[in-house]
Design a binder for this molecule. Structure first.
Ligand code: FUB
Length: 345
């Protein structure tokens, strides 16, 4: 990802214009995956730190080492509660570094924390850790999920009780390195190697049904296709619309809403389908660009109203890898489309 911008921004003014404020200020947090467990909101974010790594397009400066779980009684709380360290990379046998965006699920009173990290070969894998409370501590499985790769797991429980994982991310997230079905090590320093050409179909996020114990994939991962009005898959050159990273799935009025970040164009977009696998028709934007490079989110329903959890880098005054999670209400139009959120007035 690019160097910090040298454009002057008045952050005090920007923060006055922000539609919402950081939910915690004592640590930096990002990539908020929110869930309601036992009537309470739990947020599973990345815990951003400055480990001193240089900025690059591989995302090396995102050198996170652990997870904290945050909680709130309602989305209107001014602050979230930090429930402390829930899992550290040093406790995960297969993982070396870079604990990126996590997610969580619950089944039969067990809580599952899903997380990407680089293994000792520098390959992103997705692991799972279990606990008896939503806040952990979580005990990691000894190995990453078999056939997992890339980043940004988002676990969705459908109404029939089946769980699916959506995942993947391009550039530093390595999705493009798996195009042939195995990891291509050549040009490991270039995040742009192995990307499709601009006139080829865009790389897709992946989906895999989970096993009953939620610890493994029950099937080989499949493409999450995003199509245009004519049913044609988006192209890699459709950079303002195509998938980059940060998958999320929610269901609204019986339809499946797949949402994601467009990465280098900084939008959160969504596409609608009739089942968890898609295809999903591109619909538009959920969130305009925030301060900072990345955009990442989750969407939950709370007492009949809908909320978007997201992040920006306003608290750190624009530092890309020091972000803060926020929440704002989300509104639907009568036709099921989502009203685009502008993060600053
Ligand atoms: O937090 C590290 C990475 O930045 C996430 O995995 C991406 O989604 C982006 O937010």
């Amino acid at each position: 990802m690019p160097e910090q911008s040298t454009i002057h921004i008045d952050f005090d003014e920007l923060n006055r214009k922000a539609i919402s404020q950081p939910l915690v200020k004592h640590i930096y947090t990002a990539d908020p995956s929110a869930h309601i467990f036992n009537g309470k909101i739990y947020i599973y974010p990345s815990h951003d730190i400055d480990a001193g790594d240089a900025f690059d397009d591989l995302g090396s400066h995102f050198a996170m080492e652990d997870y904290h779980v945050l909680s709130m009684n309602t989305p209107f709380d001014i602050e979230a509660i930090d429930n402390g360290v829930a899992l550290q990379v040093t406790k995960v046998p297969w993982a070396e570094k870079q604990m990126w965006a996590p997610d969580a699920a619950e089944k039969n009173g067990t809580y599952y924390l899903y997380f990407p990290a680089k293994d000792y070969d520098g390959v992103f894998r997705i692991g799972v850790a279990t606990g008896t409370t939503p806040t952990g501590p979580f005990i990691p499985q000894p190995y990453a999920i078999k056939k997992s790769f890339s980043i940004d797991p988002a676990v969705f429980k459908d109404d029939d009780g089946i769980y699916y994982m959506y995942f993947g991310g391009i550039w530093g997230g390595q999705l493009q390195r798996w195009r042939t079905g195995f990891f291509k090590k050549e040009q490991a320093e270039s995040p742009f190697a192995f990307l499709p050409d601009n006139n080829e179909p865009a790389l897709c996020a992946k989906i895999a049904k989970l096993t009953d114990d939620l610890l493994e994939f029950a099937e080989d991962p499949k493409d999450v296709k995003i199509i245009d009005d004519e049913g044609i898959p988006l192209l890699q050159g459709d950079t303002e619309k195509r998938f980059f990273e940060a998958s999320w799935m929610h269901k609204y009025n019986g339809k499946y809403y797949f949402s994601y970040s467009t990465g280098d164009t900084h939008y959160l977009c969504y596409a609608i389908g009739d089942n968890p696998y898609g295809p999903f028709k591109y619909m538009g934007r959920i969130l305009e660009p925030v301060v900072g490079w990345t955009s990442h989110h989750s969407i939950i329903e709370f007492k009949g109203r809908w909320f978007l959890f997201y992040h920006d880098s306003s608290l750190s005054k624009g530092i890309t890898h020091l972000r803060s999670i926020k929440v704002t209400e989300l509104f639907y139009n009568k036709d099921g489309s989502i009203q685009t959120v502008k993060p600053y007035h």
